[in-house]
Write a protein that binds this ligand. Structure first.
Ligand SMILES: [Zn+2]
Length: 380
């Protein structure tokens, strides 16, 4: 008997895991209790500050390990909600609450499928593992901690990340590279500007040239769309009557799957060097934040199999950040597939359609039964 996914989603929403501070350990303990009721023993992997991952598995063999992954934390529930964001409300087939789609609905569907398939564990060729991590919305400490302590013994390590994709298989996601661009000038009395080097003038030239850079990026067409660049912050000047020595710009550069962060930093530096008027100033580009884009190698047999299971032809990209890139670099063939829409994530009155929750359970059960089928070699 699998637990009711709607009731399960409601239970997970009721445990506040807004990050910061997260307090995901409270939810991990609650999930471990539910799994225990079905005879499954979970491990709570502490990462400190009442934050923890939850791991639970069954099955045997060293051929295939299928990980059902999601994050326990949510973004804050600020603003005017129509209902209490931690007391899920159902209306017209939609469940409202913080984390409904991002991604307690996904976690509940994974739990329900995992529990529902547990009685068949002896007949599976491989291991099924729930890996629910902390701190996804902020610094990815949960997933990194999990990977650092991961003792994998299987030849094929497959992962489904239950972020909201409307139950479509996504093989990639976008990334971001963010920089502070510092312009360093030379001070002078503002009545004699020619004796100084004006950092604000240099910054304004850099900002304009980065708009040209953005247009150039938009002309690069990939099958997942185009990269972009936007100047989003400016800080500069010291005094009303002196030539500014320092001016800083913040650049938010979005990357498409396949772009390399280090390469992007070089490209930004080179673009500025060849397009901006420095007005006698110097410029430095400081990396501030990096979130790698993810892309599962097309040659992975898992991608084709996953698309076949959900009846999908095309390759799709998840249009936001997620931990796929982290898990791929950790050795997993990871795809993104879960209930709900990314459009509703991080918003007031976030919801997930009940129908998608139910369908998600069926899909995850299929993944377990097809990928770990004893009678066939599911993936070449
Ligand atoms: Zn998410």
């Amino acid at each position: 008997m699998r637990p009711d996914v709607v009731q399960l989603t409601r239970t997970l929403i009721s445990v506040d895991t807004v990050s910061p501070p997260g307090n995901e350990r409270n939810l991990a303990v609650r999930i471990a209790e539910i799994l225990h009721e079905y005879g499954l023993e979970a491990t709570i992997q502490d990462i400190g500050d009442n934050r923890a991952n939850l791991i639970c598995e069954y099955g045997s063999g060293n051929g295939t390990c299928l990980v059902l992954n999601g994050h326990l934390d949510t973004v804050p529930a600020e603003g005017q909600w129509r209902h209490d964001p931690f007391d899920a409300h159902v209306e017209d087939g939609l469940m409202y609450g913080r984390g409904a789609c991002d991604m307690k609905g996904g976690l509940a569907a994974m739990m329900s499928a995992f529990i529902g398939m547990a009685p068949l564990a002896d007949r599976l060729d491989g291991i099924v593992r729930l890996v629910f991590v902390a701190d996804e919305e902020d610094a990815n400490r949960g997933s990194r901690h999990f990977l650092a302590h991961d003792r994998r013994s299987c030849k094929r390590n497959l992962m489904v990340i239950g972020e909201p994709t409307g139950l479509r298989v996504c093989c990639a996601h976008f990334g971001a590279e963010r920089f502070w661009i510092r312009l360093h000038g030379r001070s002078a009395h503002s009545s004699r500007p020619e004796e100084g080097a004006n950092a604000i003038l240099a910054a304004s030239s850099v900002a304009s040239c980065l708009e040209g850079y953005h247009h150039e990026l938009r002309s690069r067409k990939t099958r997942f769309g185009s990269p972009s660049a936007a100047v989003t912050l400016i800080e500069g000047g010291e005094k009303q009557n002196s030539i500014p020595v320092l001016c800083s710009l913040f650049l938010d550069r979005r990357t498409v799957p396949g772009e390399d962060g280090g390469q992007v930093a070089k490209e930004v530096e080179q673009w500025i060097a060849s397009h901006a008027d420095m007005h006698g100033c110097t410029c430095s580009v400081e990396p501030f934040f990096s979130f790698a884009s993810g892309l599962l190698d097309e040659r992975s047999g898992f991608l084709g199999k996953a698309k076949e299971i959900v009846g999908q032809q095309t390759d799709l990209v998840f249009p936001a950040g997620c931990e796929q890139a982290i898990f791929i670099s950790g050795g997993y063939d990871a795809i993104v597939l879960g209930p709900g829409s990314i459009e509703m994530a991080h918003k007031i009155d976030e919801y997930v359609p009940l129908e998608e929750l139910e369908k998600a359970v069926d899909i995850y059960e299929k993944f377990i039964s097809i990928l770990l089928d004893q009678s066939s070699c599911a993936i070449g």
